[in-house]
Design a protein around this ligand. Structure first.
Ligand SMILES: *Cc1c(COP(=O)(O)O)cnc(C)c1O
Length: 415
């Protein structure tokens, strides 16, 4: 895709788009929620469907002219059904947050109770943080991971549920490196008659490929983002049993959204189609293998990982033991200056603030899309460790920057 027409009409925007493409090509995207969608997905997302109003659902739209919108949405639904196996799928949520909103609006009344993981322990804003609508509309209590092990404490969760009596328990996380036992969360929900919402935003791709246990058929509701490990068009998705289908569909539209972003739904359809190809399973397995290699190598360099390692696509580094004077924000900045793009992150038992927390989070989905294997990922781990050891040493930073350039050339993006 060239930006020739944007350039003619609007050089300022064209400059930014071109610079962003270059930025992605010459840096290593290790933000665990990011990925590089295929050119086919990018093309679908920029299609003329952006012009179309298609309020309603396939076959029952409020506007004329929806025959091709119907084709695209039905393909997205069919493919999602094949990937994750749910009875009912809604592909219209504009994002993962809107997917969660759809479930809350469908099943809860204002003031009802949500039990979810604390944000600083790996939860998500849309699980009931006070700054988010979910925290403002509902009565939220939060559970935590075991401060010693970094693992979820399923027994503690169950006891807390028995005391709090929530209407919904939310599982599924943004910064949890271990496999989630959805059956045990379900048991806690069953014990108190609560719904269980499993938000697999980060691990949609791993679940589709069988690299992580699936909550479909276990939890009452499964939500996700469609642009993270699954690598499809940007947006959200809701999955549930047939009995909740109507409630979910009307909570998404007209409950919480207007016209669906049909161009993004086209990107979802194309990306889901790609994920049904056998190569996607190889990709997802490599994402996990790379995260393991990353974690092991960082550990060899003396860095501490929350929970001691990873089962997923991400590692969470707690810098307090190895680098007590280097907060996550400083590490993030030094790494950004050499072209390694990751994020500062809170860690369980956080002693600093969310704005400059004690950890960093690093994921392998985007690097793996570029073709990184374990050996290349270990080279990135070496760069990260060297930069964190000497964030102010220009010689170290220059050498790291040169090595990032080499890796970007060795594993090109969007050729
Ligand atoms: C990323 C994420 C979401 C949704 O994020 P959006 O930016 O709204 O798509 C929801 N829940 C979790 C656990 C996430 O990690």
């Amino acid at each position: 895709m060239s930006y020739d027409r944007v350039r003619e009409a609007d050089p300022a925007v064209a400059d930014a788009l071109t610079a962003e493409r270059e930025r992605q090509k010459r840096t290593l995207a290790m933000i665990a929620s990011e990925n590089h969608a295929s050119k086919a997905v990018l093309e679908a997302q920029s299609s003329e469907l952006t012009n179309k109003y298609a309020e309603g659902y396939p076959g029952e739209r409020y506007y004329a002219g929806c025959e091709y919108a119907d084709v695209v949405e039905e393909l997205a639904i069919e493919r999602a059904t094949e990937l994750w196996g749910a009875e009912h799928v809604n592909v219209q949520p504009h994002s993962g947050t809107q997917a969660n909103m759809g479930v809350y609006l469908a099943m809860l009344e204002p003031g009802d109770k949500i039990l979810s993981l604390d944000l600083t322990h790996g939860g998500h804003l849309s699980h009931g943080h006070p700054a988010n609508f979910a925290g403002q509309l509902f009565d939220v209590e939060q559970y935590e991971v075991d401060p010693e092990t970094g693992y979820l404490d399923y027994e503690g969760l169950r006891e807390q549920a028995e005391q709090f009596e929530p209407d919904v328990i939310v599982s599924g996380f943004s910064a949890y490196p271990r496999e989630v036992d959805f059956e045990r969360v379900q048991a806690a929900a069953d014990a108190v008659g609560a719904y269980h919402l499993a938000d697999i935003a980060h691990i949609t791709g791993l679940v589709a490929a069988g690299e992580h246990e699936s909550p479909v058929g276990v939890a009452d509701f499964v939500t996700g983002s469609t642009h993270k490990t699954i690598r499809a068009g940007r947006g959200g998705i809701i999955m549930c049993d047939e009995e909740y289908a109507d409630a979910i569909d009307s909570a998404v539209f007209p409950g919480g959204q207007g016209g669906p972003l049909m161009h993004n739904i086209a990107g979802k359809a194309v990306g889901f189609g790609e994920a049904l190809e056998p190569e996607f399973s190889t990709y997802a397995a490599q994402v996990v293998a790379n995260a393991e290699a990353l974690g092991e190598r960082l550990t060899e360099h003396g860095l501490s990982l929350v929970s001691g390692g990873t089962d997923t696509h991400l590692v969470l580094v707690d810098l307090r033991d190895s680098h007590p004077d280097t907060p996550g924000g400083e590490a993030e900045e030094a790494l950004e200056s050499v072209g390694v793009i990751l994020n500062k992150n809170t860690v369980p038992g956080e002693t600093r603030s969310p704005f400059n927390p004690s950890g960093i989070r690093a994921g392998t989905p985007a690097l793996t899309t570029r073709g990184f294997d374990e050996a290349a990922t270990r080279r990135v781990a070496d760069i990260i460790a060297r930069v964190i050891d000497a964030p102010d040493n220009d010689d170290v930073l220059d050498a790291a920057s040169a090595e990032v350039d080499e890796l970007c050339e060795e594993f090109p993006l969007y050729e």
